[in-house]
Design a protein around this ligand. Structure first.
Ligand code: ATP
Ligand code: MG
Ligand code: MG
Length: 587
């Protein structure tokens, strides 16, 4: 076939399959429902759903909802929506919390096997047991480690039944804390259960006061769902040992064998520079924040930082809801992730790489339109009524995108203010008094004859005549005054002045000084050809989150845009700039 080699047929993903070449491939995408997914998650989705699809297997969406403190309904909906938008359908949607009873039972089983104990040490004490602040000192056990099994069972039930407050008791796995040769911190008696007080769980209500940790839950839920290949990012490399250890204690895996139970493998994260992906930090942009600064004299100064983006889907962010709203096609995003490939190394990209990939994709897929961001009127004095015609213009002059549209030409048009100069100069090729310029798709160029200004010196109207037979150096876009559609166009630039916003001061609010005042540039009075109505025909102004039916186009000489799904109304359409036409974007 003509299909390029897929990422699943080579490299890391191929090897991962070959390590466990089963017939029934079962994978999972396991987000914590505590925030919106970001561009990095797109890689995780592509890897897990794509791998299953490639091997004719299935992929679960599993909400890893073991931390009720941070979970909210909106995240659940948005995560599923984004997966569908990317073109994947989970085989089943599951929740770690569905297994709380079963997990609890296995925790007791682990205690009965003398492989877990209830510990009452403070966090500081546990840190000392684990070799101190740098984990380099000697390690030692507390007395709880050797308490009788029945006592741990009784205490674990007491934890469950509400005897302890948060931090007063943990169930710890009895791993290799005291083995001086065990250098992996993931094997130093990790907590399996902790008390979380007063936290209502969205699915189990107030049934539980104790919640299982990631290290206890993840491998077991993988086993429950009979996951064959459990793929995660490399920060879990050290966890592979504890993952296998727990499964082995519960007879769900055979040591040194992949015959039974799930197999964990780790690939490199995808990070994007020039922006922030951390939920906590994005929240500060979305909601604003109040920071406190301690002065030398001990007084505390409060500084209120207002919101700097409109929402989690603000097109300047790199959450997936934001990229979708900005108009980046789901297929283009997946293609980009595929182009980067999958290895066990971290992939760090700058936004311009994403943009150039998106640009290439749009170039071949979206129709052209004429848009003027900052319109100024041009009266074509000698255009006759016969010449005021309806032109038929292809959607793509190169013919790659099929179809055509009607463009009305008449005596009164608008051009972009930046395409006119009051004074001509030799190196300037657009419109100026006594200079000619071409108008896209029209039979003749025009020559400016005069112009008028308002009291502020702003050009209000240009007068021009036909210049048939002359050869213009440049063609510009224009919009018919009578039929053009008023729109609001938003252009986006980098949110921060620095290229490395993660190194800013996020503690005391210093980051706010680095916000780029031009991260959003709005043209309230832009005009677009009436052909936009045809592109919108039969399509909703507000497609559902899981649909990719956005109206996108290339505005000639301007940028790629899409119709904003949130703020557009029947009366006023709002456009989002997807990417510029070229890579010369100034900040
Ligand atoms: P973050 O800390 O950035 O919010 P997370 O790891 O807490 O991310 P999860 O909801 O746990 O987010 O992620 C679900 C899955 O997505 C995990 O398997 C995780 O490894 C993967 N993932 C998260 N971030 C990235 C990334 N930047 N690149 C690739 N995969 C990622
Ligand atoms: Mg996580
Ligand atoms: Mg996280």
């Amino acid at each position: 076939s003509n299909e390029p080699t897929s990422i699943f047929a080579e490299g890391w993903l191929k090897r991962t399959y070959e390590e466990k070449p089963v017939k029934n491939v079962r994978t999972r995408f396991p987000p914590e429902p505590n925030g919106f997914l970001h561009i990095g998650h797109c890689k995780a989705i592509a890897v897990n759903f794509g791998f299953a699809k490639h091997h004719n297997g299935v992929c679960f969406l599993r909400y890893d909802d073991t931390n009720p403190e941070k979970e909210e309904e909106i995240y659940f909906t948005s995560i599923l929506d984004i997966i569908k938008w990317l073109g994947f359908e989970p085989y089943q949607v599951t929740y770690s919390s569905d297994s709380f009873d079963r997990l609890y039972g296995l925790a007791e089983e682990l205690i009965l096997k003398d492989k877990a104990y209830v510990c009452h040490c403070s966090r500081e004490e546990v840190n000392r047991q684990r070799g101190g602040p740098d984990n380099r000192g000697p390690r030692y056990a507390c007395d709880h480690r050797t308490r009788p099994i029945e006592e741990s069972i009784a205490e674990f039930r007491a934890m469950r039944d509400g005897k302890y407050r948060a931090g007063e008791a943990y169930l710890r796995m009895k791993q290799s804390l005291t083995d001086p040769n065990e250098g992996n911190p993931q094997m130093w008696d990790l907590p399996a259960y902790r008390v979380i007080e007063n936290n209502y769980h969205h699915r189990t209500g107030d049934q539980w006061r104790i919640y299982p940790t990631y290290d206890f839950t993840h491998c077991l839920c993988d086993a429950f769902e009979e996951i064959s290949h459990s793929m995660c990012t490399t920060e879990f490399q050290q966890s592979r040992v504890s993952y296998d250890w727990l499964l082995q204690q519960l007879d769900m895996k055979i040591p040194n064998s992949e015959e039974k139970g799930p197999m964990q493998r780790e690939y490199g994260r995808l990070n994007v520079g020039g922006t922030i992906l951390s939920k906590r930090r994005i929240l500060m942009l979305v909601e604003g924040t109040t920071v406190e600064k301690k002065n030398a004299d001990g007084t505390v100064e409060k500084k209120v930082i207002p919101p700097s983006v409109r929402s989690w889907d603000d097109p300047r962010l790199y959450t997936l809801v934001a990229l979708r709203r900005r108009g980046i096609p789901a297929k283009a995003l997946l293609k980009f992730v595929e182009e980067l490939g999958v290895t066990d190394a971290l992939t760090e990209i700058q936004p311009f790489r994403l943009e150039s990939s998106i640009r290439k994709y749009l170039e071949r897929t979206v129709p052209r339109q004429m848009l003027v961001l900052d319109p100024v009127k041009v009266v074509l004095e000698d255009v006759t009524p016969e010449e005021e015609q309806e032109l038929t213009v292809p959607y793509d002059p190169k013919g790659a995108i099929p179809g055509e549209r009607k463009v009305k030409f008449s005596k009164e048009i608008y051009i972009d203010r930046s395409d006119f100069r009051e004074e001509d100069s030799p190196e300037y090729f657009r419109l100026a008094p006594n200079k000619i310029v071409g108008l896209y798709n029209t039979p003749f160029p025009i020559r400016a004859t005069s112009f008028s200004k308002d009291e502020n010196g702003r050009v209000t109207e240009i007068r021009a005549v036909k210049a048939p037979g002359e050869k213009p150096k440049t063609y510009i876009q224009w919009v018919d005054a009578a039929t053009g559609i008023p729109v609001t166009a938003r252009q986006y630039n980098s949110l921060f002045k620095t290229d490395s916003p993660n190194t800013l001061d996020w503690k005391t609010g210093g980051w706010a000084d680095d916000l780029n005042p031009n991260s959003e540039v709005v043209f309230e009075n832009a005009l677009i050809e009436r052909g936009l109505k045809d592109l919108l025909k039969d399509r909703s102004l507000h497609p559902t989150g899981s649909s990719d039916d956005l109206v996108r186009f290339q505005a000639l000489r301007t940028a790629y845009f899409c119709v904003d799904v949130v703020d557009s109304t029947e009366d006023k359409i709002v456009l989002n700039q997807i990417v510029t036409l070229r890579e010369d974007k100034a900040k």
